[in-house]
Design a protein around this ligand. Structure first.
Ligand code: PEP
Ligand code: MN
Length: 351
């Protein structure tokens, strides 16, 4: 249930309503917008009559029941106000959010060695990326495939962060590694295979770093939003949703089906920022530019693109990785679409 306050409702009145709701065993969450304050009520509101809540104060404009199974992530919970995820990086704050400039995250699938990760970081930064991605712990389908260099790769990401000034996004697969990952990462990634790992979701929800939540490869949008709800319910409001392709019947030409319709669908359902990953979405480098441009046209807030200095030698996901030169050329094309959408240059988001 949400309580929408009238414009310019006094702070003391809002506090009193929150207190009253606490007395009724509910947890009020205040969302302060440009003109209005909305109070989201979490807890068992089944028995609560919206008309009775309305009578609590003359400053209440409206009381609305949120019928969806997810609450905090729903668009209604913030009464239509979108949320921003502001990430502190060595170069300053970068803002992810609907209506902000597009943020680009780029880098190799896996961190392979120090020279490659630092060189790639500098190259993607020169092309205009704000974040370096790179896996230290890799969720591989085969137990015999390269599993990532683990903790030592985290050290290399820290070195690349320092050398380039880029923020770092890297995946945590196991709650036992979370503290180490969160120490280096500016944004902690939950991969597609762990979207349903509820205990891991609760753990990343209970720490402070923003979370990039990838869509499970067979997850419905509602399941994905419920996974995000776990993170918000555990206390962390800073979640970015990443569409990375889903499994459909045809895998002959593309690794996954990139569900770009998820972008406008999510915009209608949630206030959270949205990212699109055309690299895992297509699995094939020549298809990445078209889908990256389409994602911007569809309204994504961010892009994740795999870039490797020598894709044919990559230890994972070489076929879908762009070279640094290809990435540089792509960024120029993206700027054209980004400008048309009035969401470029992304440098404007770096303060
Ligand atoms: C990745 O980002 O490297 C990755 C493994 O992605 P996903 O979880 O989407 O497969
Ligand atoms: Mn990958």
């Amino acid at each position: 249930m949400i309580i929408v306050m009238k414009n310019d409702a006094p702070g003391g009145e809002i506090e009193q309503i929150c207190e009253e709701m606490r007395d009724r065993g509910l947890t009020p969450e205040k969302i302060i917008g440009a003109h209005k304050v909305v109070i989201g009520l979490v807890g068992d509101t089944q028995e609560l009559d919206p008309d009775h809540v309305q009578d609590v104060s003359p400053w209440i404009e409206q009381v609305i029941r949120v019928e969806k199974p997810y609450k905090r992530v729903s668009r209604e919970f913030r009464h239509g106000q979108v949320s921003e995820v502001v990430v502190a990086t060595p170069q300053g704050d970068v803002t992810f959010g609907q209506g902000h400039n597009i943020v680009v995250v780029a880098g190799p699938c896996s961190v392979e060695d120090e020279a490659m990760i630092i060189a790639t970081a500098k190259q993607v930064k020169a092309a205009g990326a704000s974040f370096l991605r790179g896996g230290a712990y890799k969720p591989r389908t085969s137990p015999y495939a390269f599993q990532g260099h683990g903790e030592s790769a985290l050290g290399l990401l820290a070195a690349a962060r320092q050398a380039s000034g880029l923020g770092i996004i890297t995946e945590v697969m196991d709650a036992a590694d979370l503290d180490k990952v969160a120490e280096v990462a500016d944004v902690v990634q939950i991969g597609a295979r762990n979207m349903h790992n509820f205990s891991l979701l609760k753990r990343v929800g209970a720490q402070d770093k923003p979370v990039l939540l990838k869509r499970g490869m067979s997850a419905t949008i509602e399941e994905w939003l419920m996974a995000a709800e776990y993170i918000l319910a555990a206390g962390n409001p800073n979640v970015i949703l990443c569409e990375r392709g889903i499994r459909t019947f045809d895998r002959q030409y593309a690794r996954n089906t990139l569900d770009l319709s998820a972008v406008p669908v999510l915009q209608s359902l949630t206030h959270l920022p949205i990212m699109v990953d055309p690299s895992h979405g297509t699995g094939w480098a020549p298809y990445v530019p078209a889908m990256a441009k389409a994602a911007i046209a569809a309204g994504t807030d961010a892009l994740m693109i795999e870039v490797h200095p020598n894709p044919s030698k990559a230890l994972s996901d070489g076929p879908q990785s762009l070279t640094p030169d290809q990435f540089m050329a792509l960024m120029q094309e993206l700027a054209v679409v980004g400008n048309a959408m009035e969401r470029w240059p992304q440098l404007a988001t770096v303060s």
